[in-house]
Design a binder for this molecule. Structure first.
Ligand SMILES: [Zn+2]
Length: 135
């Protein structure tokens, strides 16, 4: 028995392809609820359209404007600040930060560095004091 698959002709490349969403994009108001152009043609067209410099420029500009407007909106800034504040005041986050700090300062290399820095500071102080005395 021959299986009949509905064929649909693409308006652009004039090729007949099975009328399934494998070959066509879904389009609610199209014939068989499919696009009049096959996926290959549609993709090519979109690619061509998107690669046009004025389109890219326009998109970049729009994105920039949007970012500017969005980020600088006082309300958004307020919300972000609030989010940060809330996050930090959450007990589990505070504990986590504390633990991380503790872990960091417990590291031998960090301990050594801190000790060395303290020694350095101490020595500097001595030299300064001596200089002060001689002056
Ligand atoms: Zn086509």
């Amino acid at each position: 028995m021959k299986q009949i698959t509905l064929q649909k002709r693409c308006v652009t490349c004039k090729t007949e392809k099975p009328a399934t969403t494998e070959y066509w994009y879904y389009k609610k108001r199209g014939k068989h609820a499919l696009d009049s152009e096959c996926k290959v043609c549609r993709c090519k067209r979109m690619k061509e359209y998107n690669s046009r410099s004025e389109v890219q420029e326009k998109r970049r500009k729009r994105q920039k404007e949007y970012n500017k407007k969005y980020v600088t909106r006082p309300k958004i800034r307020e919300i972000k600040r609030e989010q940060r504040r809330k996050r930090y005041t959450r007990p589990e986050i505070r504990k986590k930060v504390r633990d991380q700090q503790k872990e960091y300062y417990d590291r031998p290399d960090v301990k050594k560095r801190i000790l060395e820095r303290a020694k350095e500071r101490y020595q500097n102080k001595i030299t300064h004091t001596r200089q002060d005395e001689t002056a």
